[in-house]
Design a binder for this molecule. Structure first.
Ligand code: SAM
Length: 253
């Protein structure tokens, strides 16, 4: 399963996960990111990784100057198709492995959202956080939004087999297993419907929020606050999802 993420994010990902991408939720996330990172018109923002530009685009449309970075050629090609009339000096996309650094201090803020870490080793994640740390100017904020171990374990304890149906009637079923020793979830999604069938597997490290903050601090970032995903709402570990996704706001000092 090593390096699974290098081939996972392809045309099938766009078809299966893109259909699940809800415009109202994406708009809400863009709004939350805008507020948490205190963005303003003309500020320079790094969306890393950006996927197919799901959030780069609405944030650039609000007036920020956005650079989206990702390793997936296919997702970046889709992002380019979606750019509409936004010129290159307002929105650019770059193919790059985020374990390697970017130019120092070029951005006012950066974000890494929608569970885009934990794919490789802890060393890989530390390298990605270090890239974000170095990419923002001193005083620049960095936001991470991800699933975390407490929320994952709360879900596994209910033995759920998540399933949903896409707009074209394709049924998508997920079968996850969790290894508490490595802290990794091995998961396979199966889909079947009028436009074909397939499957994809992934291996994700589910960090606790404590571990995530420690890793961010090891990269040089200063912890500011924890939130309910990409929202200003403070994080509370409550309910059947143990608070659900966490947004961790940090700063380069
Ligand atoms: C779940 S997607 C999320 C994309 C985007 N943040 C969003 O909200 O739609 C995760 C993305 O991480 C990218 N990725 C994973 N590891 C990476 C790395 N080392 N360097 C660059 N991109 C990476 C993948 O190519 C994929 O597009």
């Amino acid at each position: 399963m090593e390096n699974w993420w290098k081939t996972f994010f392809d045309a099938d990902y766009i078809r299966i996960w893109g259909w699940a991408d809800k415009p109202a939720e994406t708009a809400q996330q863009a709004e939350g990111i805008w507020k948490l990172l205190a963005l303003h018109e003309g500020c320079r923002i790094l969306d890393a990784p950006c996927g197919y530009g799901r959030l780069s685009l609405p944030i650039a449309r609000r007036g920020a100057i956005v650079c989206g970075v990702d390793q997936s050629e296919e997702l970046l090609a889709q992002a380019e198709k979606n750019r509409g009339d936004l010129p290159l000096d307002r929105l650019c996309y770059v193919r790059h492995d985020l374990r390697q650094t970017l130019p120092n201090g070029r951005f006012d803020a950066a974000f890494n959202v929608f569970s885009s870490i934990g794919y490789g080793s802890e060393t890989d994640d530390l390298a990605i956080f270090k890239t974000l740390y170095l990419a923002v100017r001193p005083g620049g904020r960095v936001l991470i939004d991800t699933m975390h171990r407490d929320a994952g374990v709360a879900r596994f304890s209910r033995d759920l087999k998540p399933a949903h149906r896409l707009a074209d009637e394709t049924l998508v079923v997920e079968e996850p297993t969790f290894d508490p020793i490595s802290g990794r979830v091995q998961t396979t999604w199966y889909w079947f419907g009028p436009n074909g069938q397939g499957q994809k597997s992934a291996s994700l490290r589910l960090y606790t929020i404590t571990e995530l903050i420690h890793l961010l601090q090891s990269s040089g970032l200063k912890f500011i606050s924890a939130h309910h995903g990409c929202s200003e709402e403070p994080f509370k570990a409550e309910g059947p999802e143990m608070g659900g996704r966490v947004g961790i706001l940090t700063e380069r000092v």
